[in-house]
Write a protein that binds this ligand. Sequence first.
Ligand code: G6P
Length: 613
Amino acid sequence: MCGIVGYVGDGNVYKILINGLYRLEYRGYDSAGIALGSAGKINIFKTVGKVDNLVNFCKDKDTDCTFGIAHTRWATHGAPSDCNAHPHYSEDGNIALVHNGTIENYKLLKEALEEHGCRFHTQTDTEVLVQLVSWIRHENQCTLVEAVREALKQVIGAYAIAVIAKDDPDTIVAARKQSPLVIGIGDNETFLASDATPFVEYTKDVVYLEDEQIALIRKGKPLKIFNFENEESTINVKKLELSISQLEKGGYPHFMLKEIFEQPNTLLDCIRGRVVQGGKKVVLNGVNDNKDKFLNARRIIIVACGTSWHASLIGKRLLQDMCRIPVEVEYASEFRYSNPVITPDDVVIAISQSGETADTLAAVEIARKAGAFVYGISNVVGSSIPRNTDSGTYIHVGPEIGVASTKAFTGQVMVLTLLALTIAELKGTMTQLEIEEMGQWILRIPKIVEEVLGLAPQIERLSLIYTYARNFLYLGRGYSYPVALEGALKLKEISYIHAEGYPAAEMKHGPIALIDAEMPSVIIAPNDHLYEKIVSNVQQVKSRGGSTIAIVTKGDTEISSIANHVLEVPKVPEMLSPIITTIPLQLLSYYIAINKEKDVDMPRNLAKSVTVE
Ligand code: G6P
């Protein structure tokens, strides 16, 4: 949801900023822009479309400079256009600003500035902010930091900003509230970005800016951080655990395919050190260190968005089955405005791959204020959700760059499985033997996933038959119902085919009316305790002329004899089946999108990290 990069130092500023934008492009790709500064001069170049367009645009331009800021946009206020692209600048051209987030009171601020004679040239909320900073600076004859601080005091909304001025060379002022910003401290150079990926090859020393902090980044001078009361904050330097190879495609045509195929390894990383003694014991430190909270939990509420919400639905079943604790799952965006009843006896689990989703972060805030114990499950180390929760677990699947989530989903489901097993052991709701049996199965999962990935050529062939279907139905029951939702979401996201996930038995209450020869159904039907039930659902589709693709357990005969196509996966315990059955669905959507020549890694209108509500 918009990517910001900034750089001050002796390196090639233009190159560093452009490479940074490429790394952050997953956050939004409607338009891109750059502001290149040197003493008394700022050149701004911006274009609609992806970073490639910006690079072409800049080919014959003066990109010589000593400091700069850049931005890749996911439009909120104002359509994607050259004019609405960031950086935005003050009317006198002195100040340039990039912004990630939304300024809720921008209309009021704009009217006030218009009364003072300011004129506006874009439809964005960001232009209001840069004009406000400029106006305050003029009126008060103050420094850039002071003007930014005074402007932000008037702002309602969420933001991460970077600001530069012609008359203040080799300086960047940055600030954040509810949108991430991280500063990289190198040798005589300082980087700023929405996440650490733009500067991973230059430095591992990072400082995560906190909400309502303002950073003053200057060439050759130490970093300074202030709060809104102008008090200097202590600088807490952390070590980054990220390598450049994790950010490359490694021979795959797309990040999404790489990430699908990485799953045997990412799942191994996710369980490493957590399933120990040959599977006899499951240890999740975040849970073991907070035993009392989980043992006394009256109920668990899981909040999340998108794919993470689907993982949460699986988590609900796991926690209920293994731990016998009541669990509610809420969309974070609904939860935050639902006047929720939360008590200090509740445990709230927030699940977010990026750790930055605005709605999930807001839900965390509400739960903490209500006194609940808040547990985060995230992938991005140091992101806002882990930093704002009482405890938590990282899924450790490495950076996920493809916008449609794949390896993060299986990592989340795996962590939820470990969480449920750990609590079950503490509560005594499972026997030692049952826990050991699950632990041993979990250790086998990476190899089983590898086997399932062997279905890729069969799925690629199958995808050719269904590439031009206009609608799909995904059906599942029990643990396979959230898998159906996730399969449908994956197809929608990257192939733009309408797809609906449904509990298979609910189909007869409405969606069955849609079934005809043009509407294929994907049925997730592993051999679990609802298998016989779903057989009749397959028959209902068939008897109405619908074609069926079924995900079944190896050796299946019943559904295999009715369905048009079957994809066989190895047998695993029912509670582990979502990790296995989801893999063929990821591959099916990938190949269909490829057949349709869609941009699978950067699907239209989407962004990976949604930092606005
Ligand atoms: C966006 C992404 C989805 C993701 C969702 C929640 O919509 O495109 O892939 O599932 O945000 O993101 P989170 O980082 O909180 O898991």
